[in-house]
Ligand binder design. Sequence first.
Ligand SMILES: Nc1ncnc2c1ncn2[C@@H]1O[C@H](COP(=O)(O)OP(=O)(O)O)[C@@H](O)[C@H]1O
Ligand SMILES: [Mg+2]
Length: 327
Amino acid sequence: MSIMSKSSTTSAASPAIIARGLRKLFKHKDIGDTVAVDKLDLNVPRGICFGLLGPNGAGKTTTLRMLLGTMPPSSGSLEILGLTMPDDERRVRAKLGIVPQADNLDPDLSVIQNLRVYASFFGLPRQNLEAHLEQLLAFANLSDRRDHQVESLSGGMKRRLTLARALINTPELVVLDEPTTGLDPQARHTLWNRLEELKAQGTTLLLTTHYMDEAERLCDELVVMDHGRVLDQGSPQALIARHVEPWVIEIRHAAHAAERYTCLNHAGKLEQHGSSLFLYTPDRHHALAQIEALAPTLGALPILLQRPAGLEDVFLRLTGRDLREGA
Ligand SMILES: Nc1ncnc2c1ncn2[C@@H]1O[C@H](COP(=O)(O)OP(=O)(O)O)[C@@H](O)[C@H]1O
Ligand SMILES: [Mg+2]
């Protein structure tokens, strides 16, 4: 079922987002100025899911705020859906859907009432409105909750209602700030599924996330940012290929005897994290053989976990491994 009527006509149009030299400076009297976003260039084509990734304080939310027009940039230029910000802000807003990080639904109203109130903000014509709302409910798997109070919904249901609400104006671009933070695995999968369907219908998605599996699964392209700057940009596969060796072998509980493993540096890159050693390698069979060859010197073979390298490895390599406050 398609709930998007406009999207098919937009794919050949201007990019969803063009940012040039976008900069945001926060002035502080006491501690000096913070450059939250530093000369950011973005070019987001239509019809894809674009991800903004970065550790806490990287500048993701500030970037989103500037894109949404809720915070003026200190400098730089911004075009959204072929319109210029902030001059065309009202027209841009009419084409945007927003899923904020914290659900700001009205808890005292029912599911359908929340949608109706939001529809009235957009001044949507009454004709066919109820049918449109029912379609949105069905899309969000909430038809059977139609008349329930929002208060009684689970976290996943609230997120899906927030998404349904964001789709009320049939937006060309939907911006989602950490859409699945705090959801259980099942609720995350259901939401991913809805986002994949939206994308299949031609809607452009822009999301921030802390979850690498989410970014890897949903995003066609993403930027990894830190300290307000883009560290790299590309598809998840391209970023993985560019920054890390294809395989990771985790050697559990081996960090205390790390010196016994240093010869593995010939088979890949050996790194220590917590109590484990991680061997990043282009040839896992060779690397495993090397580890097995060490067995006589180790007493017993350590526990080994092997997996393909992923976006998390890229993220850690690009942004450093120190844990940030609040991360
Ligand atoms: N309203 C504000 N006033 C002052 N500093 C801010 C404000 N908002 C964000 N910052 C600072 O800008 C930087 C980027 O923050 P933010 O965009 O929230 O990062 P992220 O969303 O990636 O965690 C941080 O150093 C943060 O402290
Ligand atoms: Mg943030």
